[in-house]
Design a binder for this molecule. Structure first.
Ligand SMILES: *Cc1c(COP(=O)(O)O)cnc(C)c1O
Length: 362
């Protein structure tokens, strides 16, 4: 049997084994074409059907809200940090941000290069370990949009709900929790995500946006950095990352087979509870980094009594076949990323390892 690691990588991250096996089975000869999907024209009927299927599946999983388009772009979520203000931040307006941690800060930094920004809420004074109240947002005078980060991958926080911003476009970086639970797309003007955490391999960025938001970009922008180019050409203006989009379509089928977003949410809740319970019942041996109400169901961050102990944990875990448990270099500590594709059994194995490690080191 194939050996599979207990993969807790933050991104690129675990993909469903069933999807990898399906891709393997049709890798060399896709739909009797005599070639791999990677070898065929992106203008041909076979590829285009996969492309359109993936878009339809995404919207269908979200209940087919009307007026939304799906784009498949490149350059990662990081390029969206710049494209958003380039396309939406007009003269005399301010780009509003909720400042929740590492990724929100990167998004703000890009917007500052383009125009005026404003922080509408921040958890900096809590060292980003407790999310700010979105009910008390302080928006600027002329807000172009409000940008939120649904899940801070590095700190391990996750919003449970989103603010009603009325006519002000709400834009969300969902890179690390998209499709991990149901959400109401119609609340957002735009949602985007790098694929490599919950959707597929790296190299594709999924953008879900209200068509009226993205159908007319400022005239001076370069062609590839305008949303209207991509919506007008169904994300086929240039060569799309075709293999990645095919993989996303397979991951979406896998989600459907698990009861859609409600189904995966329930599984994700069980996985997260299992690990957080172990942390909370360890009598302080393990300490959750984040305020319990702000805890992420995708990235579980925790610490041990000393950095030496954390190093020992990381090392021993690797020897036992656990991958990716070291926290991000910018914050230290430990982190278990438990995206959709991480099996419950991996989380059980981790909890057993945590018990064993505590017994040996308490
Ligand atoms: C990983 C991540 C990004 C960066 O994605 P890239 O595709 O590498 O640019 C942005 N935001 C969040 C919340 C992330 O988790």
């Amino acid at each position: 049997m194939t050996k599979r690691s207990y993969n807790f990588n933050a991104g690129p991250a675990a993909l469903p084994l069933e999807v990898l096996e399906k891709a393997q089975s049709e890798f060399v000869d896709f739909r009797e074409s005599g070639m791999s999907i990677m070898e065929m024209s992106h203008r041909g009927a076979i590829y285009e059907s996969v492309h359109n299927e993936a878009q339809e599946r995404l919207l269908s999983l979200l209940g087919n809200p009307s007026g939304y388009k799906v784009l498949f772009l490149q350059g990662g979520a990081s390029t969206q940090f710049a494209m958003i203000p380039m396309n939406f931040l007009g003269e005399g307006q301010q780009a509003n941000y909720v400042k929740t941690g590492s990724w929100a800060n990167k998004a703000i930094k890009e917007a500052q290069l383009i125009g005026k920004t404003h922080v509408a809420a921040s958890s900096e004074s809590d060292k980003y370990m407790k999310l700010p109240e979105l009910s008390s947002l302080q928006l600027s005078e002329q807000p172009a949009y409000l940008h939120v980060t649904s899940n801070e991958t590095i700190e391990g926080t996750q919003f449970k709900e989103f603010p009603d911003t009325g006519s002000i476009p709400l834009i969300c970086d969902m890179s690390s929790d998209i499709l991990s639970r149901p959400f109401d797309l119609s609340q957002f003007a735009m949602v985007y995500a790098g694929a490599q955490k919950n959707l597929g391999p790296s190299g594709v960025t999924v953008v879900l946006a209200r068509e009226d938001m993205i159908s007319s970009s400022p005239k001076h922008l370069p062609t590839m950095l305008r949303y209207d180019t991509h919506v007008g050409n169904n994300s086929l203006y240039n060569t799309p990352p075709s293999f990645g989009i095919y993989m996303i379509n397979e991951v979406l089928k896998w989600i459907e087979a698990r009861g859609g977003l409600e189904g995966v949410q329930e599984l994700n809740r069980k996985k997260a509870e299992l690990i957080y319970n172990e942390i909370d019942n360890s009598e302080g041996f393990y300490q959750g980094c984040v305020d319990p109400a702000s805890r992420s169901h995708m990235n579980v961050t925790f610490r041990l009594g000393s950095e030496e102990l954390e190093k020992a944990f990381a090392k021993a875990s690797e020897q036992e076949g656990f991958i990716g448990l070291k926290g991000h270099r910018s914050v230290g500590g430990l982190r278990a990323s438990i995206y959709n594709a991480v099996p419950y059994e991996s989380c059980e194995a981790l909890v057993n390892f945590m018990k064993q490690f505590q017994e040996q080191h308490a």
